[in-house]
Design a protein around this ligand. Sequence first.
Ligand code: BTN
Length: 305
Amino acid sequence: MKSRIVRILRSAANVVSGQDLSAELGISRVSVWKHVRRLREMGYDIQAGPTGYRMVGSPEALYPWELAHWGSHARYFATLGSTMDEAKEIARSGCPHLTVVVADRQEKGRGRLRRVWLSSPGGLYFTIVLRPDIATELTPRFNFLASLVLAKTLRGRFGIDARVKWPNDILVGGRKLAGMLAEMEAEADRVTFLNIGFGINVNNDPHPEEQRATSLKKLLKRPVSRAELLTTFLDDFSKRLDAGPLEGVIDEWKTVAMTIGRPVRIATTRETTEGIAEDVDPSGALLVRRADGSLKRVISGDCFQ
Ligand code: BTN
């Protein structure tokens, strides 16, 4: 009902009377007023006068009806522990491919390597549930696709030099703008679901602890619509998924990567590998040429460069 009220008021050139609204929506005028009051609490600036209602301003919000055709795929939460946990739960109960869980705030946001992902208001935090009919060893292709498409969306939409640091951090000018986290469940080596979570610093100020981080607001010196960024990215991502097999995705990923050909240090809890990042193999592992000439295959870790 709220989405319909927003749509009607937004498209109206003038004031819309309570009577017209109640007739169009098939609810009483008292109900109309209750919905309007709730929409105001949600940040919509709706003027109410003797002749009716007029929409004067909208919040920078991620409510499903702000997400165009993606609204019907979206599960929106003002606050969540983590969109990863919610996505896992709904994926286990059978939600469809390309369901998106989005939250304005996360209280237990998770990063790679068991880190905390501080999720202050103004950032974009979401998880996409994917159900590719593939064997588990092919899932890295989807992770590479996610960072490739996000880098391209950010470059195309904002003209910024977004680059991917292996495995899938998005950096601009050496500072982290976005991170991704993938989780999957499988049965007999076939993927049941693969959830990819995205944390993008949009209008939030990255936490002072995250010294090497930046945000779109900082880079562009203006706030950005998270709803528009999310829908543009989802359009780009789903188009690329529909475009066909992902065999060439790692090669394509290399065109926006900042790691290949560079000196790197990869740290895991057990060891550190230093050398020149030579390539990424089909499983997504980084191939690092060490000073002694040997080639080390690194599956995961923190990449410093
Ligand atoms: C990283 O760079 O360490 C990955 C960060 C991933 C953060 C996102 S925010 C949305 C989703 N929910 C989470 O708890 N984590 C991911």
